[in-house]
Design a protein around this ligand. Structure first.
Ligand SMILES: [Zn+2]
Ligand SMILES: [Zn+2]
Length: 236
């Protein structure tokens, strides 16, 4: 059985999920395919090779955008040569300890409903160092050929957290800045006031299709409801 579950969305967008992990132990990675390049947003927990799976979807050069340095988004980053992220968490990617990447004490053998291979040893789990090869910041555009995405710096859950917006299609990749499930603004590096501003920034995109790092995709009505619910929960 394949480790990654691949779902195709309109506009040559693919979601790669890890269903053997629950929604808060694994995450969604997203592949956006242009005419000349493809953008991979996040890379899963890193227990099964990701690059060959991406190669099965596109043969274009891949830009790997790391939304933030938590283990569930960075495990496969080392498999890609072109790695981009925000400066605030770049050092963690060079020295990705269990504590700094948050899997220590959280991800356990029991978190898996099955392992990627029968002989997989969770005791050997580690995040491979994968420092960014380029830094990106709020407002930066990435040209994929025939389509352009804009980087949004959306800190709060973590200091360097990035979201991605494609204006032409109204598609918003919210990563861990907003999703329809339990969220965390109480971690080391979290900042509730930043999180609030970031959610307002996401609302301001008026996105139509919202593709998060965890849980289900959202249309604009659900997105508005989830965003305002979250704003109420985290207060002023
Ligand atoms: Zn996170
Ligand atoms: Zn996450």
């Amino acid at each position: 059985m394949d480790w990654f579950e691949i779902t195709a969305f309109p506009n040559r967008i693919y979601r790669l999920s890890e269903p053997a992990l629950g929604p808060l132990h694994g995450s969604h990675s997203w592949l956006v395919v242009g005419e000349q390049k493809a953008l991979l947003i996040d890379t899963g927990v890193g227990v099964a090779p990701l690059a060959p799976v991406i190669r099965g979807l596109t043969d274009l050069p891949v830009i790997c955008l790391i939304s933030h340095s938590h283990y569930d988004h960075i495990g496969g980053a080392y498999e890609f040569a072109d790695r981009r992220m925000h400066e605030a968490e770049a050092e963690i990617m060079a020295n990705p300890t269990p504590e700094l990447t948050f899997w220590g004490g959280w991800l356990k053998a029991e978190s898996f409903s099955r392992f990627p291979t029968p002989d997989y040893e969770f005791s050997a789990y580690a995040i491979q160092p994968a420092p960014p090869t380029a830094l990106v910041n709020d407002g930066d555009e990435i040209e994929l050929g025939g389509r352009t995405v804009t980087i949004l710096h959306t800190p709060g859950h973590s200091p360097g957290l990035l979201s991605v917006f494609e204006k032409a299609t109204g598609t918003l990749f919210t990563t861990d800045a907003l999703y329809d499930g339990e969220m965390f603004f109480n971690l080391r590096g979290s900042n509730v006031a930043d999180g609030r501003r970031s959610i307002l920034k996401l609302i301001a995109t008026e996105a139509k299709a919202i593709y998060p790092g965890h849980f289900e995709t959202m249309g604009s009505a659900t997105f508005q409801r989830v965003a305002h619910h979250r704003l109420n929960m985290i207060g002023k």
